[in-house]
Design a binder for this molecule. Structure first.
Ligand code: B12
Ligand code: SF4
Length: 314
């Protein structure tokens, strides 16, 4: 759990299979009592979100090294490899990129670390996807097909989020996760806490919402009893959260989400959430000292009121 699977430099790889894209979530070291369990709770949407834009004449396969089923596949060899990169697993992402590139695949790197440190990632990729993969992936595939791949593709997050297709969850290994229904309804957050990646200099992440009916349809379609919202803060716009709850309630499913503790300003909303199937919230208190919170630019109620607010959630 602490070492990635071996990428044997001597391994022979066959010819490339055209129009076959392999998407990889690279390995990061696990604490058996913490991150391994969390990883298998629910899949990231980093790869499935843009996989949904893959044209029909391309094969797409998903490989998450953190499910501990070994190294990513290479027979047949993919024409294209897409790897998501976070700081915590950047080194592994670069090793994978090197292994596939030296055997002829084109490698595209994308994700948060590519967005924040493109210069560091560039030498390891044939092309960088900086920003929203949903807009970039079809352009990249079209350029690969016409042998005109550029070294860098850039997309902002200023588009209409309602027009994104639903993530392609069918490529996930369904038995490997507690639930495959990771959901995302909103982008961004109205706060800008000093420690949050949303406060990174130069990052523009406008607050965007999908239609509550789109989320309810996705939840229903994935046919799982439990869903996990991976929004940064599902409570950022309370009016929207109320509307979302109304759309979710008829599904008779349960779900959990990250919210900031100020959602408890509105006890009626907490009741609406519970009636819509919310069984758990994930709240970052960060500190029990008001001074520290002010210092971290966290917009939050006073800590002396935390216990009352948590009781309300219970
Ligand atoms: C789910 C999740 C987890 C899960 C992962 C589960 C799993 N099975 O993978 C668990 C619980 C394990 C986890 C753990 C941690 N996480 Co986490 N996690 C998330 C969360 C909530 C969702 C990720 C996601 O699906 N995002 C939605 C997708 C669509 O967005 P995206 O990844 O940016 O992808 C888009 C683009 O970047 C691009 N793209 C991405 N990859 C690629 C690749 C290619 C080829 C292309 C073309 C495009 C592309 O296209 C996508 C669509 O636009 C995010 C918060 C968030 N809402 O993003 C935090 C987040 C990523 N985690 C964070 C952190 C800090 C951690 C931990 C370090 C926490 C800790 N202290 O232990 C650990 C570290 C794990 C690790 N080693 O990486 C931070 C990262 C901050 C940063 N600057 O890097 C985030 C942003 C939360 C936050 N608000 O601070 N996490
Ligand atoms: S409330 Fe959460 S998501 Fe919003 S800026 Fe603060 S830490 Fe980031």
């Amino acid at each position: 759990m602490t070492r990635p699977p071996l990428l044997d430099p001597a391994t022979w790889a066959g010819p490339l299979k055209p129009r076959y894209a392999l998407l990889i979530n690279p390995f990061y070291p696990k604490d058996p009592n913490a991150s391994f369990g969390k990883h298998m709770l629910t899949p990231t949407l980093a790869l499935t979100s843009f996989a949904a834009t893959t044209p029909e004449d391309w094969d797409v396969r998903y490989w998450d090294e953190n499910l501990l089923d070994g190294r990513p596949p290479f027979r047949p060899m993919p024409e294209l490899v897409g790897i998501t990169v976070h700081l915590t697993f950047a080194r592994r992402a670069f090793e994978l990129a090197h292994w596939y590139r030296s055997r002829g695949s084109k490698v595209i790197l994308g994700g948060l670390h590519v967005l924040s440190c493109p210069e560091e990632c560039a030498p390891h990729a044939d092309a960088l996807a900086v920003g929203d993969g949903v807009q970039l992936w079809p352009r990249i595939l079209a350029d690969v097909e016409s042998c005109r791949l550029k070294s860098k593709y850039v997309a902002t997050y200023e588009n209409n989020y309602r027009e994104d297709p639903a993530p392609r969850r069918s490529i996930l290994p369904r038995q490997s996760f507690l639930t495959t229904t990771s959901l995302i309804a909103t982008r961004g957050c109205h706060n800008r806490c000093g420690f949050c990646y949303l406060a990174t200099d130069g990052l523009r992440m406008p607050y965007r919402m999908r239609d509550p009916s789109q989320i309810a349809e996705e939840f229903e379609a994935d046919d799982q009893p439990y869903g996990v919202f991976i929004d940064n803060n599902l409570g950022s716009n309370r009016e929207y959260l109320g509307k979302l709850c109304h759309a979710l309630r008829p599904l008779n499913k349960i779900w959990s989400a990250a919210v900031s503790i100020d959602v408890t300003d509105d006890p009626g909303l907490i009741r609406t959430m519970a009636l819509a199937g919310c069984t758990g919230v994930f709240v970052g208190f960060e500190s029990l000292t008001d001074e520290n919170l002010t210092d971290a630019r966290k917009n939050t109620p006073k800590t002396a009121d935390y216990a009352r607010r948590v009781r309300m959630l219970h």
